[in-house]
Design a binder for this molecule. Structure first.
Ligand code: M6R
Length: 609
């Protein structure tokens, strides 16, 4: 939610900011802006501030070649307070124009701050950020504080989440930075320094980064990085080198990132086998994680959206192999409504980004209770990774499309390695017999076969989903869990109202919604216990006029089925079965003429609660 970029000491600050914002656009894309100035100590510069509603491309159109400088800050917004509009876009300025601020997060007490400190001020928009920059100016002016002290004092008054980058037009050679709960990190260049919400946006300029922790304040100049805690102590911190590759973050010849990321899934499955197994096929999960899980009496998986669905898709496998009950928690619910826990709980936080604020609020509580936890994430060094007891990485490569695809399948595969490792440690027969490396290689081949049938899948659903306002996915057992994910994917990028339903539950009410030509997509994996029942439910909706498409594992297929998926091990069927549904969502969105990668109202990384 919202992307921040800043640079000081670079001869082409404008381009650095714009390139950074383009890479951060996945975090929010309803408005954007940059402030550019010249970073010369002692020289007061007015600088240039340009803002625009809409995408980064709209902002780019407003930026002429006269916009130049060596320092600046930029922002791409996902609206929380105040509608998307140029006057609500960041950077925001103080009344006298001296201070310029970009912000990601939510200032919970902004109305109280406005009333208590700024009642005489005029505000251009409705954002909490504008209140913050006015507050800094008021503290500087009324209390005679320098910028650092005014910023520090403002931080002690502000409640909520924030990543801030602040500039003072009287000191254009400095960027002041602070964070609490929202992601932000420093990039170290040769003769310049950067600040950004995500390393990806700085990777062209540097691969050397430095973390910022919550409640720290950083003073950035072209040659120095000074980290302070709020008590004023200087904090020393080592930098680290990120392993990101520029080619990972490009689209190549693909029209959309989502299609590229769907196509990358076989490679991700193979990569996970390399990472989590040795050359003899022995699983190599961290012994500390295995021991912590062996000692637990229940596994709690906390996640949101697609990651939550991946948790469900992994529940059966985890329960079978670890012999422990697995309970799922919606992160945004568990933050304030934690149910009674077992005696020896073990928490798994599933999160592609590792930054989801809803999940983090649960992790904070879990840590306060002193309970062990594992973050399974795609982003090394992310907040959830840093704050959990253990981390397992997804190794999926950057996922840039808002609609998550390869992270979902990587989450299930990674948890399969975990289940296998724990099951082997407790000598569970099924775990010992489960040749995960071999089975995952079959999954990779199956996905490749499905991907080779894109045109067939596109053709099957184009008419069905071209104009419909609603649709259903149905399935039982594992297929029900995949239905949940399939329907989320379809609705978030095609705007078709879609429900993922337990097939047997339809007749208890929802079947009333089925009418002539209602699209129903039925998932039938190779589970003889449920396949026949799902087929019965298909007949029921057909009898009421539904237009049905079936997605069926080959071993369970019958004449007339529509999309056939090669059969894989039942523990991994969700990975294979979800791929056609990802393609269905992609083509539905494409044929409706929508922006597949950046659906309306959404952002990739949801860093507000
Ligand atoms: O980064 P996370 O996995 O924690 O994100 C959770 C959800 O916000 C995310 O999966 C969301 O549902 C995706 N847009 C789904 O495609």
């Amino acid at each position: 939610m919202c992307g921040i970029v800043g640079v000081v000491g670079h001869k082409n600050a404008r381009d650095i900011l714009m390139q950074g914002l383009e890479k951060l656009e996945y975090r929010g894309y309803d408005s954007a802006g940059i402030f550019v100035t010249s970073a010369q100590q002692g020289v007061q510069e007015t600088g240039q501030l340009i803002k625009s509603v809409g995408r980064i491309a709209d902002l780019r159109e407003k930026i002429g070649i006269d916009v130049a400088g060596t320092a600046g800050i930029g922002h791409t917004r996902w609206a929380t307070h105040g509608k998307p509009a140029a006057h609500n876009a960041h950077p925001h300025t103080s009344s006298d124009g001296r201070f310029v601020l970009v912000h990601n997060g939510v200032i919970e007490n902004y109305l109280a701050l406005k009333q208590d400190y700024l009642s005489a001020d005029h505000f251009d928009g409705e954002t909490d950020t504008e209140v913050a920059v006015h507050l800094i100016a008021a503290l500087a002016e009324q209390e005679g504080l320098d910028t650092l002290e005014a910023f520090k004092k403002a931080l002690t008054l502000i409640e909520g989440s924030y990543a801030f980058a602040l500039m003072d037009r009287t000191r254009p050679d400095v960027i002041y930075v602070a964070k609490n709960k929202s992601p932000l990190l420093i990039g170290l260049g040769d003769g310049y320094h950067m600040v950004c919400s995500d390393a990806m946006a700085m990777i062209r300029e540097t691969s050397e980064f430095m973390e910022i922790h919550d409640h720290e304040l950083v003073i950035l100049t072209k040659d120095t990085v000074e980290i302070h805690d709020l008590a004023g102590n200087i904090v020393s911190r080592e930098s680290y080198t990120a392993e990101l590759d520029l080619s990972d973050i490009g689209k190549g010849t693909y029209p959309f990132y989502m299609l590229k990321e769907i196509d990358e899934q076989p490679a991700v499955m193979r990569k996970l086998s390399q990472v989590y197994a040795d050359e003899n096929g022995q699983v190599t999960v961290d012994q500390g994680i295995i021991e912590a899980l062996v000692n637990a009496d229940r596994i709690y998986i906390i996640a949101a959206g697609t990651s939550y669905h991946a948790g469900y898709a992994s529940k059966y496998l985890l329960e079978e192999l670890t012999e422990k009950p697995v309970e799922l928690g919606i992160a945004s619910e568990w933050g304030y409504n934690m149910p009674r826990l077992s005696d020896k709980p073990f928490f798994i936080f599933l999160s592609q980004s590792g930054e989801t604020a809803d999940s983090r609020q649960v992790l904070v509580k879990v840590n306060a209770l002193g309970l062990p936890s594992l973050t399974v994430t795609n982003v090394p060094g992310s907040t959830l990774s840093r704050e959990a007891s253990f981390t397992m990485l997804l190794h999926a490569g950057p996922e840039i499309a808002v609609a998550s695809t390869k992270a979902y399948t990587a989450q299930i595969a990674t948890l399969a390695f975990l289940a296998k490792a724990v099951g082997t440690a407790i000598q569970n027969d099924k775990a010992q017999a489960f040749d995960i490396v071999h089975e995952l290689s079959i999954v990779a081949q199956t996905i490749e076969t499905t991907l080779s049938e894109k045109a067939w899948i596109e053709n099957k659903i184009t008419g069905l989903l071209a104009t419909t306002r609603n649709a259903f996915y149905i399935g039982r057992g594992q297929d029900y869990y995949v239905s949940m994910e399939a329907s989320l994917k379809l609705k978030e990028i095609s705007y078709i109202q879609c429900e993922g339903f337990a097939a047997g539950e339809l007749k208890h009410g929802t079947i009333a919604l089925i009418e002539d030509q209602t699209p129903v997509i039925a998932l039938i994996s190779n589970n003889p216990k449920v396949a026949a029942h799902t087929r019965g439910n298909v007949s029921e909706v057909v009898a009421r006029g539904a237009s049905v498409v079936t997605i069926v594992e080959r071993a369970a297929a019958i004449d007339g089925d529509d999309i056939i998926v090669n059969t894989v091990h039942p523990y991994l069927s969700s990975i294979a079965m979800v791929v056609p549904t990802q393609l269905i969502a992609y083509y539905a969105s494409l044929h409706r003429g929508l922006d597949v990668d950046k659906p309306r109202n959404l952002a990739k990384s949801v860093t507000v609660e």
